[in-house]
Design a protein around this ligand. Structure first.
Ligand SMILES: Cc1cc2nc3c(=O)[nH]c(=O)nc-3n(C[C@H](O)[C@H](O)[C@H](O)COP(=O)(O)OP(=O)(O)OC[C@H]3O[C@@H](n4cnc5c(N)ncnc54)[C@H](O)[C@@H]3O)c2cc1C
Length: 371
């Protein structure tokens, strides 16, 4: 059992914790991954996600959010081939229905092209001639982003769990209930139903990828151990999202041009004929509302007939963690050796690799291919 000071504890088994545990191990770190079992009430929010990667088509022109998105897309392209088969689709269409948005989106295309990121404007005629399913009287055109896309979250998490296992990462099915400094290390108190799981872990560094669980964990910590310059403004706020799988017998045979963002709603073609995922609602709190689900299905009253007649095969929901009073995500050093990488809100699948790469840099780890 590793007890020595060079162990890095990665806490959390959503997309952020899974990618972080895998990447730190690839960089040569000794990782113990504290990953509570799924099932029962506490599913990682990541399993509810649609896995849409909105990087280049984001409206952010500069700043941290844009840098993280761009880095994340590039890393997914490098890292996915190392993980085995994860269902993925490349190329994303963002439809535009507002005449006064066209110019702004065309300017975005020019800006991105100037930065070497492929993005194109597709006219209404171009879109409708190829994909009649997109018909809407107010359709103006759309962004075509060939390097954005979509990953299936459940197989992604499974592939990451297998790959971390192959790298020798120990995965302990434990909740962290407390964290205290011990010399230059950190003592984690653990709680697990598995009697073989140790009750504590001594680690030289701790990475908290705990999503919504972050507030509860930090509330129990002695405030004196935290760097006072990192102001967290309280716990994360929950924002619920609902999604569904649909069967669309009236979908025109050309289908969709891959994943589509239609009035902010994601439509993701599935491998099964005429099936789509649709999502997600944005509902503050933990409680889902039926009228939000219905509004999403109807695209706010503008859904084409093939979508209005779709049959809901199954539906699900999950909770996103949104930081209070600061932009998502939080990437911060709380104390020497304690990193917080949580609060990814609506982009935790997209941003997981950029988060893991940030963590490795903070811990002084070099990528495996560094000269
Ligand atoms: C319906 C829906 C659709 C979405 N669609 C997309 C999308 O298309 N693209 C996208 O990029 N994102 C999407 N998201 C957002 C995405 O799911 C989140 O940003 C992402 O899941 C955050 O991952 P995470 O690892 O930080 O958190 P989580 O997945 O919530 O994982 C947190 C982990 O920490 C563990 N944990 C918490 N506290 C403790 C503790 N004390 N000790 C040990 N472990 C602990 C939990 O058990 C869990 O394993 C969607 C979300 C929803 C709900």
């Amino acid at each position: 059992m590793p007890t020595c000071r060079d162990v890095i504890a990665v806490v959390g088994a959503g997309s952020v914790g899974s990618v972080t545990a895998w990447w730190l191990a690839r960089c040569g770190a000794r990782v113990v991954w504290l990953a509570p079992r799924t099932g029962g009430g506490e599913q990682p929010g990541s399993l509810a996600a649609l896995g849409v990667l909105m990087g280049h088509c984001s409206r952010r022109l500069r700043g941290r959010s844009w840098r993280l998105r761009r880095t994340a897309l590039a890393l997914w392209r490098q890292w996915l081939p190392l993980l085995g088969p994860v269902p993925q689709q490349w190329g994303l269409t963002v439809l535009c229905h507002q005449p006064d948005e066209v110019e702004r989106l065309q300017a975005l295309v020019r800006q991105r092209l100037g930065e070497g990121c492929p993005l194109a404007w597709r006219t209404r005629e171009d879109l409708l001639s190829r994909w009649p399913a997109l018909a809407a009287t107010d359709l103006q055109g759309g962004l075509w982003s060939p390097q954005d896309g979509q990953l299936d979250p459940a197989p992604l998490l499974t592939a990451l769990a297998e790959a971390t296992g192959h790298l020798g990462v120990q995965r302990w099915p434990a909740q962290v209930t407390d964290l205290k400094p011990e010399g230059r290390n950190w003592r984690l108190q653990l709680q697990a139903s598995d009697p073989d799981c140790p009750a504590t872990l001594l680690a030289s560094a701790v990475v908290l990828c705990t999503g919504l669980g972050t507030g509860r964990l930090l509330a129990g910590l002695d405030p004196l151990i935290l760097d006072p310059s990192v102001r967290l403004n309280g716990p994360m706020t929950p924002v619920l999202g609902q999604a569904a799988a649909l069967h669309c017998p009236m979908l025109p045979p050309q289908g969709l041009p891959g994943p589509v963002v239609w009035r902010g709603v994601h439509l993701i073609p599935r491998p099964q004929h005429q099936q789509l995922w649709i999502g997600a609602t944005v509902e503050p709190g933990h409680q889902s509302q039926d009228h939000c689900f219905e509004q999403m299905l109807r695209l706010d009253g503008t859904a084409p007939p093939w979508l209005r007649q779709a049959q809901v095969l199954c539906r699900w929901q999950g909770i996103r963690a949104r930081p209070v009073g600061r932009p998502a995500p939080i990437l911060a050093t709380l104390a020497p050796g304690v990193l917080l990488t949580s609060g990814h809100y609506r982009n935790g699948i997209l941003l997981a690799p950029a988060t893991a790469a940030w963590t490795a840099r903070q811990l002084g780890l070099l990528p495996p291919d560094a000269p």
